[in-house]
Design a protein around this ligand. Structure first.
Ligand code: NAP
Length: 289
């Protein structure tokens, strides 16, 4: 079996490297060719054009920014004719409606489509401990489970296409909202001159605690947002996707709209490519601390 891997950014690269470790026959494409160097050094064939990663592959894994990148790479007239009898495994974070629409277009081109978004970031991608959420038929899940196990030991069949994307967006809404809520309390404690260590001790013992708080605590205290695992611009993208979908469901989205504004401020402050903990600086600007 040959696997085409398209999109070797922050997450795609370590995920492709797990397939290399498993000695899977791989051909990789990325728009920015330099990002393919580690794979090339590991002996992976490099596609100069997306089509090269599609022709000859039984399955094409996508780890791209968003639906428009997926469409531009896979669904142009000259490329989509080559999707017949191929399986596309779409692992980027996109909206359920986008995933369903892309599935329809791939099926119309004679191909098969699974969505398999992931929870976890670069460390989990490197260690093969991502939570892989699959939207597909049972037969597709059975067929591709072993391949997906390279990314996380227990891929979960969530339901039909759209269902896994919905759960992924719901989880990322929590990342955005929990991190914003924590940053607001942390900034408040700092500005009030109260003891942050005591605040954290109490928080850790309480039902309010979420492990993500400690993951981001030091970055926020140091205002160090370099070497991101998950950039602010992608959290804003997911927040906007969530808002669109939730609005479509007739929900009150006021709380997440506030989070969106904070993320927008972080981005206009120059933190688009920095770690999303930069939202702390949007909430508690640097000037007075
Ligand atoms: N980072 C995380 O912790 C994390 C965790 C779970 C899920 N995700 C999701 O996984 C996906 C990838 O995230 P990432 O963190 O790996 O982001 P990233 O480093 O920004 O990678 C994005 C990839 O998409 C490619 N791309 C974007 N627009 C393109 C276009 N118009 N044409 C061709 N290629 C294009 C980029 O190519 P270039 O290299 O040429 O820019 C790169 O390969 C996103 O949907 C993200 O939300 C991320």
């Amino acid at each position: 079996m040959q696997v085409g891997f398209i999109g070797t950014g922050l997450m795609g690269l370590p995920m492709a490297q797990k397939l290399v470790e498993a000695e899977i026959d791989l051909i990789a494409y990325n728009r920015t060719l330099e990002k393919l160097e580690p794979l090339q050094k590991a002996g992976v064939r490099i596609a100069q054009q997306p089509l090269e990663a599609i022709i000859g592959s039984d399955c094409i894994i996508l780890m791209l920014t968003n639906a428009s990148a997926i469409r531009s790479l896979l669904l142009s007239e000259d490329i989509k004719q080559h999707l017949a009898e191929k399986t596309v495994i779409q692992m980027s974070t996109i909206a359920p409606t986008e995933s369903i629409a892309i599935a329809k277009d791939i099926i119309a081109a004679g191909g098969e489509y699974l969505e398999a978004p992931v929870l976890g970031s670069i460390p989990e991608a490197q260690s093969g401990k991502l939570i892989v959420m699959v939207g597909s038929t049972e037969a597709q899940f059975e067929r591709w489970q072993a391949l997906l196990q390279n990314f996380g030991a227990k891929p979960l069949l969530i339901g039909e296409v759209g269902a896994a994307s919905a759960i992924k967006l719901a989880l990322n809404q929590l990342i955005a909202s929990l991190s914003t809520a924590f940053a607001l309390s942390l900034g408040f404690v700092e500005r009030q001159g109260a003891d942050v260590d005591i605040f954290m001790q109490i928080l850790r013992q309480s039902a309010l605690y979420a492990p993500t708080f400690d993951k981001k605590l030091q970055r926020m205290r140091d205002r160090n947002y370099s070497n991101p695992n998950f950039p602010t611009k992608h959290l804003l993208k997911d927040t906007e996707l969530f808002i669109n979908e939730a609005q479509g469901e007739g929900m009150n989205i006021s709380s997440i709209e506030g989070v969106k504004k904070i993320l927008e401020i972080a981005i206009t402050s120059g933190f688009a490519d920095a770690d999303y903990s930069s939202l702390f600086s949007a909430i508690a600007p640097d000037c007075e601390v």
